[in-house]
Design a protein around this ligand. Structure first.
Ligand code: COA
Length: 376
């Protein structure tokens, strides 16, 4: 491989690798839209289930369609006994993303997708179960509690918070979860979605598509950045301390998690939205450290590197203010992005050709196998 990553086309940056009608990134409207709707319009006017319906079923639901979709999803929240038993076997020090990966894989054994006609139902089931999968394991591993999945919550975000904290969340927290899930729902050919499309192009089952995508999202350069950002900002007790530490990291050429983007060049349109909610939550909890630290990081990165926060940065403080443990940050991303992953798989299946690019070879010249005694 050539050492100049910028000249080699490394990372497939800027190359069109297929078609989609699901999403545009950095080209229209506010910079991110799902099936033609700006993400800020959706975040201001919809709950996540409406956006899930838009992405998965192709249009924003009518009230009747929304009511029946929510009723369907609520009716699918009970974890199968065999899945609970499997979750109870996962060690307490496992990473929650690995728990989700295993959970979806186990579900694929229990409720197989044997025909593509089942794809919509299988995905609705995964969408409904993901919050319970991770929270059931989390609470069992922490203190042996076998959490009830019967919360009666009206939304997926509310259901997640209710199971996690053992009580109905406030309206504000449920609203922030809705916005957050909307912001994370879909993002064109990002790494995990592309991974999912490659898997889908082999005509494998939907659980394999989602399992692979979860594993890809887990990395700190992708979805794992919200967790990595939290681990960074929680070390600092004041904005001045944060500024000095960021300057030091930059001098050492370290990556600052939650900044930069492979496609956006000037701003990530999701940042202003989640930043506003993080500020609101900071006021609610009386925070005088984490939010000012986060704002200072944003200012310093802009001033020093001309870089901006991506969606993950202010998600870190927002989730923290709602009492969500850091390890569960990226799993929330999964609860949302399942919609985008699945819709891309459906799109790939509908007009499939196996994804099989070529590589530029940089290894040795053609040669013959030497007898084993003559190899040095
Ligand atoms: N902190 C410090 N420097 C950064 C940076 C960051 N977060 N992100 C990019 N840079 C630097 C790169 O090191 C590179 O420097 P160089 O030219 O001296 O090698 C330069 O900025 C250009 O990077 P670019 O080519 O635009 O990045 P990329 O497209 O290869 O990678 C990310 C994009 C998102 C993976 C990268 O910005 C990153 O690692 N960010 C932190 C992780 C993160 O927040 N991920 C979530 C993405 S939504």
């Amino acid at each position: 491989m050539t050492t100049d990553k910028k000249l080699s086309g490394a990372g497939l940056r800027g190359q069109v690798a297929g078609q989609t009608s699901l999403c545009t990134v950095g080209t229209q409207g506010s910079g991110l839209n799902y099936r033609g709707y700006d993400v800020d319009d959706l975040a201001d006017n919809c709950i996540f289930e409406e956006v899930a319906h838009l992405i998965l079923k192709g249009h924003l639901p009518t009230q009747t369609e929304l009511d029946s979709y929510r009723a369907k999803l609520s009716g699918l929240r009970e974890l199968p006994a065999a899945l609970k038993a499997a979750l109870e076997l996962i060690p307490a020090d496992a990473h929650p993303m690995d728990v989700m990966r295993t959970g979806v894989s186990m579900l694929g054994n229990l409720e197989q997708e044997t025909s593509f006609e089942q794809q919509g139902d299988r995905v609705d089931r995964i969408l409904a179960l993901l919050p319970a999968m991770v929270v059931y394991w989390y609470r069992f591993a922490k203190d042996g509690t076998r959490t009830s999945t019967d919360t009666g919550a009206a939304t997926i975000g509310g259901h997640f918070l209710h199971m996690l904290h053992g009580e109905k969340p406030s309206e504000l927290h449920e609203q922030v979860m809705n916005v957050s899930l909307i912001l994370y729902a879909e993002h064109e050919f990002n790494a995990s979605t592309f991974n999912g499309r490659v898997a889908a192009s082999t005509l494998t089952d939907i659980h394999s598509v989602i399992t692979g995508a979860i594993g890809t999202l887990r990395g700190p350069l992708h979805g794992g950045a919200n967790e990595a950002a939290m681990e960074m900002i929680e070390q600092w007790s004041s904005a001045d301390e944060a500024e000095a530490a960021i300057l030091n990291k930059l001098a050492n050429k370290e990556l600052i998690m939650g900044f930069g983007h492979a496609v956006y060049k000037e701003r990530d349109p999701r940042n202003a939205i989640i930043k506003k909610w993080s500020e609101k939550l900071a006021q609610e909890v009386g925070d005088e450290v984490l939010y000012p630290v986060s704002v200072r990081c944003e200012e310093v990165m802009k001033r020093e590197k001309g870089m901006f926060c991506n969606a993950d940065f202010f998600h870190a403080s927002a989730y923290n203010f709602m009492g969500i443990p850091t390890g569960l940050f990226t799993p929330i991303f999964v609860m949302s992005r399942i919609t985008g992953w699945a819709a891309h798989a459906f799109e790939q299946r509908a007009n499939n050709r196996i994804i099989r690019p070529s590589a530029e070879y940089t290894g040795p010249e053609h040669r013959k196998v030497e007898p084993i005694a003559e190899r040095g």
